[in-house]
Ligand binder design. Structure first.
Ligand code: NI
Length: 183
């Protein structure tokens, strides 16, 4: 398992709901947590590791020493969101790119854990931002889609560089050349 970089087409796939919590799903959750910590991220969603079902992992502090901050969420949905605020955001699929993104200030989220137990969580600030970013991933939506005109302008070069580097990897054969490019 490794983190796919933009513009890998897997990032644009809409994930399907999980209907069976089998060993493969549980194992994916474990591996995603490990990978997120290795990459020093706060969250990681299915598409970023090439999976097509609704699973994401978060550690609100990004600290493996704080397992109480850890969430493995199956089929998460935002039930309610309120307010609006801008904040700095990055994404493991866009290494080195950070921009201010406008998000809801508060979200109420429902999800299932790996045992199928339902949970509800209400949060504000950074945790609310992480939930919105990761749930967007499950819908094939990326943080560059949420950028305002200034952030978009400031990211233009970086995004072009991601595309160039992806195409080079395809030419070298590191990524199959026949994938459909969705920019
Ligand atoms: Ni991301």
């Amino acid at each position: 398992m490794n983190v796919l970089s933009y513009p890998h087409p897997a990032l644009r796939v809409k994930a399907r709901p999980v209907t069976t919590l089998d060993a493969a799903v549980i194992q994916a959750g474990r591996e995603m947590l490990e990978l997120m910590y290795k990459q020093e991220g706060l969250g990681l969603a299915a598409q970023q590791v090439g999976l097509d079902y609704q699973i994401l992992v978060i550690n609100f502090q990004g600290d493996p020493a704080c397992p109480e901050q850890e969430v493995v969420a199956i089929n998460p949905v935002i039930l309610e969101s309120k307010g609006s605020e801008k904040g700095r955001e990055g994404c493991l699929s866009f290494p080195g790119l950070y921009q201010d993104i406008r998000r809801a200030k508060m979200v109420r989220v429902q999800y299932y854990d790996l045992t199928g137990k339902p949970f509800e969580m209400t949060c504000t600030g950074l945790p609310a931002r992480i939930w919105q970013h990761e749930i967007d991933h499950l819908n094939g939506v990326l943080f560059i889609d949420k950028m305002g005109p200034l952030a978009r302008m400031g990211s233009k070069k970086a995004i072009e560089d991601f595309v160039t580097s992806f195409r080079k990897k395809q030419e070298k054969g590191d990524i199959p050349p026949d994938v459909e490019m969705k920019l």
